[in-house]
Each structure stands twice: as structure tokens, then as C-alpha cells.
Ligand binder design. Structure first.
Ligand code: CAO
Length: 457
């Protein structure tokens, strides 16, 4: 028979309102008795709150940075077996705090039910309709976890003084193997690591991991409130998911950005004229983004290595043209994908981007509407800016950034004339695309946008 337990912060001596610096589990995780659930850090010590019994975490009631005191309920645990009734042991400010839990219900073992909940916009969403925003990790890592996982380190348990000591010596505690209780890193572990490095035989040598660990310094831990008033707010689910993908892509892809500009004077005049006519007849609005999608298909046909993905030592060249576009939403960035852009008219593309952008803003995109992209466009032209360096949306190998077009004087061989110039910023994966190919790509794209009749050729 299982039992629902409220896990509480034990007696932690004279300390009160201690911040939670790490949460090691999430709802649904199975834990063994004594597994560390959270880590608290006072001015003088860090301490783990362990699981009072083996079981499944039903609910986490605290967040990173929350301040807790003795008796604060941190989570609800469904214990596999009933906990023997015993008084909680005396507390002490040591590496691991004693177990405190109270039984709130007993139940027969059962699979954790899917829960209905509200999304970031506060709308009700049944569990089975949970959207997937991107190639989704099995859990949403915290930025700290994300950095540690990506950079090849691991979550380290060490007291503030040991952390400070390691920092002083330029050692990342995530790289060390702790010899203390439950793998806690001790001062001696730091010393042994440094001695090993000096003698060229560090047992915990910072060898590159499979993901190409960068052996970076740990993320700075700053108490911002010491310098002025602050307010903390959790990242949205979209920001956490897209952040994890962006961080991986930024760290793992050798990006180069090629800047160029396209003369869109005639194209913009044409677009404005069509829109004026269709306004009268109530037709759909033509957008610059729709023309860009069409022009990109022609450039991708001409330079197929841009319409490709790396698969080990192979380059997978795609015979289809599904293009993503970055859409700004109240909860963060999403990238809807338009299928078969080559088979659609500019008007159809304008209508489809408008529909998908609206769905994105409302949080209603289906997972399939964000998958299968070959190449992406990120247009900030409606907002402003002269250039930027977009991050490639892996496993794609390039992304086109578009900034705000402006009228500038251009030398035509005889005189300066005012031309509407559209800034282009093409980021590409330098493992796949050479600089010369990127320059050819943007040059060709510029020619297409200057005279779209070329895309008919
Ligand atoms: N230069 C100058 N003006 C531009 C322009 C450009 N490159 N692109 C668009 N505009 C103008 C449009 O003409 C429009 O003006 P009118 O209403 O007078 O015609 C106005 O800006 C608004 O356009 P828009 O940006 O709303 O529409 P769009 O079809 O061009 O873009 C979308 C749609 C979804 C791309 C956009 O809403 C969006 O979300 N952009 C942000 C993308 C983003 O966040 N990228 C960053 C990713 S990396 O962090």
C-alpha cells in the first residue's frame, strides 16, 4: 500500500528563510529513500533535504530561489511503502538534513494520473493536448542544469566555502568527483584535482565529453538583492524549452553570419500597389515575409547545401522545401513551419504565415506545425534594427535574419539615387557551408529580391 507524505524542511538549527538553490527532482520522478530532493544554502552551509522514503514525487511545492524555514512543505511524495511512525531525528546543520515528513493520505499503487492544467496564458488545457514546442527534452531543465549538461559538467554538491575555494583556484566544481557523504565535494577533492592537473595526471581530468565539454567556469552566483531591489519571475515554459535548444545550437554549431542588403525598391512598390488594390476588393494582404519565403526557395534550389542537415559524416540533402519563420509571442519565440513553400503562391504564403503567426501568439500551434523545417527566416523588419546574428535552428544549417528596410543613397554609376535597402543577415553552419557559398547565396537572394522575375528562371 502506498502512502502520500508531505515532505517538510527539518529543524535546521538557527537558520530561517534559507534559499532553495537546487531542486533535484520533478513531479513524476521516482526516488529512493535518502535521495537528495532539494539543496538549501545558508550563509554558512549547504544542506540537502533527503527523501524520507522510496516513492514517486507527486508535487513539488517550492521553486528555485524560494526561501524556506523549518516546517515548510517542499513536496508531496507517494511512498512505495508505509513510513514507520517515528519522531523526526534531531536536526543539525550538516551536509544532509534529517528527514521530516507527514502522512497526508494512503492509497493503492496507481499510475500517476495526467493532470489538466492551465497554460502560460492561463487557459485551461487538458493533459492529452499538451503542445510540444520543439524537439522536446523529456524534462525542462533549469538554466543551471542546462548549462551544466551542455558544457559537460554535472550537478555538484559542495558547501559555499568549498565552492569559494574552488572558484579561487579557477576550478569548476561540476568537474570534480566528491569523496564526501553522498558524493559531496570536499576541500580535499579540490586540492587533489589541482595537484593532479599540476602533475599532469588529474584523476578528474577535464577531458572533453561526448558533447564536447567546454570546461567553462561555473555560472556566477550573485545575490542581486544586495545591490538594489529586485523581483524574480519564472521563465515561461516556451522560454525554457527554446532556451535549451538555442543554447545547444549556439554552443555546438560553428556559426558565421554573412551580412548583405537587397534593393527592394521595386518589390516594395509592387507590394504596396497590390495591397492598395486588394484593400479595395477586400483581398488578403501581401507581406514582405511571403516574398522572402519564395525568394529563399529559389536560392535553396540553386545552393542545395543550404537545404540540408548533417547526419554524422553525411549531408542529407532535402528534396522538399518546408521553411520555418520565427514568430514573436507573448511567451517567447516559436518557429512555425510552412510546408511545400515551392508549391504555393506568394498570396497563399502571406495568408498562411498570418494564420500560423496568429495561432503561435494564441499558443494554439500543433506540434506538427513546428516540425520538418529545412531553413528558417527570422524577420525583425517590422520592428527595427540594421542587422543581427540569428541562431541556427538545428538540425537546419542556415537561417536568414531580416532587418528593417530603409531608403538610402545608392550610386548607380552616374549619380546617387534613393533606393529602399533591405538588410540580410545569413547565419550558416561553417561545417557545411563555406564563406564563399554564403556570399553567393545572399548575393543571389539580393538579385532575386531586386527583380523577382529572376525566380521564374
Ligand atoms: N522592413 C521594413 N518594414 C517591414 C519589414 C522590413 N523588413 N518587414 C515588415 N515590415 C513592415 C510591414 O510592411 C508592416 O507594415 P504595414 O502594416 O504598413 O504593411 C509592419 O512592418 C508589420 O509587419 P509584421 O512584422 O507584423 O508582419 P510580417 O509579415 O512582416 O512578420 C512575423 C510576421 C510573424 C514574422 C512577425 O510578426 C514576428 O513575429 N516578427 C518577430 C520575429 C522574431 O522575433 N525574430 C527574432 C528571432 S531571434 O530571437
Amino acid at each position: 500500500m502506498s502512502q502520500l507524505l508531505e515532505v517538510k524542511v527539518p529543524d535546521i538549527g538557527d537558520f530561517g528563510a534559507i534559499p532553495v538553490i537546487e531542486i533535484h527532482v520533478k513531479a513524476g520522478d521516482a526516488v529512493a529513500a535518502e535521495d537528495s530532493l532539494i539543496t538549501l544554502e545558508s550563509d554558512k552551509a549547504t544542506m540537502d533535504v533527503p527523501a524520507p522514503a522510496a516513492g514517486t514525487v507527486k508535487e513539488v511545492r517550492i521553486g528555485l530561489g524560494d526561501k524556506v524555514s523549518e516546517g515548510t512543505v517542499i513536496m508531496v511524495l507517494e511512498a512505495d511503502t508505509a513510513l514507520p511512525a517515528s519522531a523526526p531525528p534531531a536536526a543539525q546543520p550538516v551536509a544532509q538534513a534529517p528527514v521530516v515528513a507527514s502522512v497526508i493520505a494512503s492509497a493503492e499503487p496507481s499510475a500517476p494520473p495526467a493532470e489538466d492544467r492551465e497554460d502560460e496564458l492561463g487557459r485551461f488545457r487538458p493533459a492529452e493536448q499538451e503542445p510540444i514546442l520543439a524537439p522536446s527534452p523529456s524534462h525542462v531543465p533549469s538554466p543551471g542544469q542546462m548549462a551544466a549538461e551542455m558544457m559537460g559538467g554535472h550537478k555538484a554538491h559542495a558547501s559555499p566555502s568549498v565552492r569559494a575555494y574552488a572558484r579561487e583556484l579557477g576550478v569548476e566544481v561540476g568537474r570534480l568527483t566528491g569523496s564526501g557523504p553522498k558524493g559531496r565535494i570536499l576541500r580535499e577533492d579540490v586540492q587533489r584535482y589541482v595537484k593532479g592537473l599540476v602533475s599532469g595526471a588529474a584523476s578528474a581530468s577535464p577531458a572533453p565529453t561526448a558533447a564536447g565539454g567546454l570546461n567553462l567556469l561555473p555560472w556566477p552566483q550573485v545575490d542581486f538583492a544586495k545591490f538594489g531591489p529586485v523581483q524574480s519571475q519564472p521563465l515561461s515554459r516556451i522560454k525554457k524549452l527554446s532556451g535549451a535548444n538555442l543554447a545547444r545550437n549556439w554552443a555546438m554549431i560553428p556559426h558565421v553570419t554573412q551580412f548583405d542588403e537587397a534593393d527592394v525598391t521595386d518589390l516594395e512598390a509592387f507590394r504596396t500597389q497590390v495591397n492598395q488594390e486588394s484593400e479595395k476588393s477586400g483581398g488578403a494582404k501581401l507581406t514582405m515575409l511571403a516574398f522572402l519565403l519564395k525568394a529563399c526557395v529559389s536560392a535553396l534550389r540553386k545552393f542545395p547545401e543550404f537545404n540540408a542537415s548533417l547526419d554524422g559524416d553525411n549531408l542529407v540533402l532535402k528534396q522538399y522545401f518546408h521553411l520555418g519563420f520565427a514568430a514573436d509571442t507573448p511567451n517567447g519565440l516559436v518557429v512555425p513551419v510552412i510546408r511545400d513553400v515551392d508549391k504555393k503562391t506568394v498570396l497563399e504564403l502571406a495568408a498562411e504565415t498570418a494564420t500560423l503567426a496568429k495561432k503561435a501568439r494564441e499558443g494554439k500551434l500543433a506540434p506538427a506545425e513546428m516540425q520538418g523545417g529545412c531553413f528558417s527566416i527570422s524577420s525583425l523588419g517590422g520592428i527595427g534594427g540594421t542587422a543581427f546574428t540569428p541562431i541556427i535552428n538545428a538540425p537546419e544549417v542556415a537561417i536568414l535574419g531580416v532587418s528593417k528596410s530603409e531608403t538610402r543613397p545608392r550610386w548607380n554609376g552616374r549619380e546617387f539615387e534613393p533606393r529602399l535597402m533591405l538588410p540580410l543577415s545569413l547565419s550558416y553552419d561553417h561545417r557545411v557551408v563555406d564563406g564563399a557559398a554564403a556570399a553567393r547565396f545572399t548575393t543571389y537572394l539580393g538579385q532575386l529580391l531586386a527583380d523577382l522575375r529572376r525566380s521564374l528562371l
